[in-house]
Design a protein around this ligand. Structure first.
Ligand SMILES: [Zn+2]
Length: 292
């Protein structure tokens, strides 16, 4: 049951130490608003990120299984990265993004839904391992509402950028994506937010580490075909700019949590709209045509 506590101590959802319910910041780990406006004790069992990492992991794994099970004959085994890849038409129906879905089919909302879909077993495994690490880390520094806002806007900027760059017809690894998906665009937004946090607080080792991640992943993306470098770069930039506007040195406000929940709602809605819109177009015939 949800019960609000207005006095006394609560357990910090991030570090587990006792703090005052009205404290602006946990004096041990620095987490903003550890009492969550008094809702902390009721929400504590969800964890420091209010369960967002579990929601992302559960949603991504669930959609991955749906894509596999809806068309088992379409499952592909293309090398290591394409191991157990769901049929492309299934991921398109569920909301894969890129220049094709956005400009050919008008599915602009896929800049949100694509972050919940994956193109293979290792793809989803790596992304979910990173989500489990990064989501609670960024939530502890920015608060859970602002973390979800950063995550969502990074997804929009990452998938939007790669789709627009596709129109430029750049060669080789410089090309944008006609078709793209995966949680790494918003994940890079979390890297970008930590980079900004390091800059803003003078903790330059964090920023250096994030720069290293970005560079290693870009080199990886140039060497390994099929990696969407522009979605990664755009995600990083989107997360950085959002974090800059939200300013980690200012405390998280109650309306940030509401905006974060609205972002989560918009992401869920984008998947529902993708499926309804796809079915209204006559899937998979339309999409089979698109692939030809
Ligand atoms: Zn704490």
């Amino acid at each position: 049951m949800l019960k609000r506590q207005t006095e006394g101590s609560v357990v910090c959802p991030n570090c587990g130490r006792l703090v005052g319910v009205r404290d602006e910041r946990c004096f041990i780990c620095g987490r903003w608003n550890p009492g969550l406006w008094g809702w902390g004790p009721s929400l504590a069992r969800l964890g420091g990120d209010l369960g967002f990492a579990n929601i992302v992991i559960g949603g991504c794994v669930g959609l991955f299984l749906i894509a596999l099970l809806r068309d088992p004959s379409g499952i592909q085994m293309r090398g290591l990265l394409g191991l157990l890849a769901p049929a492309g038409s299934e991921n398109l129906l569920l909301g894969a993004s890129g220049a094709g879905p956005i400009f050919d089919f008008g599915r602009w909302w896929t800049v949100l839904s694509a972050a919940w879909l994956h193109g293979g077993l290792l793809h989803i495994l790596f992304n979910m391992m990173w989500i489990r690490q990064m989501v609670p880390a960024v939530a502890s520094l920015f608060g859970v509402g602002r973390m979800i806002m950063i995550y969502t806007i990074a997804s929009v900027v990452g998938f939007g950028l790669t789709s627009f760059v596709y129109l430029l017809h750049l060669p080789g690894p410089l090309a944008g994506a006609g078709l793209t998906l995966g949680a790494s665009a918003p994940l890079f937004g979390l890297f970008g937010a930590l980079y900004l946090y390091g800059q803003r607080t003078g903790n330059h080792s964090i920023s250096r580490q994030m720069t290293q991640f970005l560079l290693i992943m870009l080199v990886f993306g140039v060497v390994v075909p099929g990696v969407d470098n522009w979605a990664h770069l755009g995600g990083f930039a989107g997360g950085y700019l959002t974090a800059k506007i939200l300013d980690p040195l200012k405390p998280e406000q109650q309306h940030h949590l509401l905006l974060g929940l609205a972002c989560l709602g918009a992401m869920v809605l984008s998947i529902v709209v993708s499926v309804l819109h796809g079915m209204s177009l006559g899937w998979p015939e339309t999409i089979a045509h698109f692939f030809r």
